[in-house]
Design a protein around this ligand. Structure first.
Ligand code: ZN
Length: 284
């Protein structure tokens, strides 16, 4: 039954979400990378509110889930990935959804309105298990719309979509961990998947490093686009955030951020980031 599939998707998502949160929070406690710059409880509260509001907006405005779209288009005429062997269909679905995540993320950085929205995610001045849940509702709707479109176009099996969705969730928690991996393991893993070390570079305070490592699951897309960077010029525990904001935001301020920052301020952001990056390059 379609409803059962969607109910299963929701249930697995939130059970996995809770398990991943506990696992990554434990890992961060045992092998932390960088010390927090503010009270963790307050920041976690802000990120929890943004997660709640984004989830409500996303479910209210986009009624379909990715698995729901797969069910809706199953059995349609014409070529779909369901006609491939199941393993090939799953792999193609996973790669297509990850390619969309890269393209959508790149778009959010490359456009004025995209950055206004996406800087809510980057404005987190610490980097940990909750950063991956800190998004403006408009970003959640934008990225989910693209996911639904990919599923609609490919017509994959609901199970393939469910598995790809959960792998994306695992990747999101893993790459936002403020935790250390053994060096040899980190170097081996970063060849095939996005690691915390790699994604942290993307959250760097330095604007040129924010234009690197857009990948969600696979670094493949960054290698192809020439945007892969393996080491941060600020070191493995360098500062994160948005230089022009430079302070911790409340959840209400974060929600209003895209609508409050005018052209001049955005231009100032760019100039500040470039100047800071140039200064940093000089000193390093
Ligand atoms: Zn980004």
């Amino acid at each position: 039954m379609p409803t059962d599939w969607v109910r299963l998707e929701t249930r697995i998502f939130w059970y996995l979400f809770a398990a991943l949160f506990l696992a990554v929070a434990t890992w961060e406690t045992l092998a932390p990378r960088a010390a927090p710059t503010q009270r963790t409880g307050r920041r976690w509260g802000v990120n929890a509110w943004l997660l709640l509001i984004s989830s409500i907006f996303s479910v209210t405005i986009l009624r379909f889930s990715p698995v729901g779209v797969a069910l809706a288009v199953s059995g349609r005429s014409g070529p779909t990935v369901q006609q491939l062997p199941p393993a090939a269909g799953f792999l193609l679905t996973l790669l297509a959804l990850d390619a969309w995540a890269w393209c959508g993320h790149r778009f959010l950085h490359a456009t004025r309105w995209g950055w206004r929205i996406h800087q809510v995610h980057h404005s987190d001045m610490d980097y940990d298990v909750t950063t991956g849940s800190r998004f403006h509702p408009l970003e959640s709707i934008f990225l989910k719309s693209g996911q639904l479109a990919v599923v609609f176009l490919l017509g994959p099996a609901p199970l393939a979509v469910l598995a790809a969705e959960m792998i994306g969730l695992v990747a999101n928690f893993f790459e936002h961990a403020n935790a250390r991996l053994p060096v040899a393991l980190a170097h081996a893993l970063r060849m095939v998947i996005v690691t915390p070390e790699i994604h942290r570079i993307h959250h760097s305070l330095h604007r040129d490093e924010q234009q690197k490592n857009y990948g969600q699951i696979f670094p493949l897309w960054d290698h192809l686009a020439g945007t892969f960077q393996s080491e941060s010029s600020a070191g493995p525990a360098g500062p994160v955030g948005v230089a022009s904001i430079g302070r911790h935001l409340g959840w209400g301020e974060a929600l209003l951020l895209p609508f409050q920052r005018g052209r001049q301020q955005l231009a100032a952001t760019s100039a500040a980031g470039s100047a800071e990056s140039a200064g940093h390059r000089k000193s390093s």
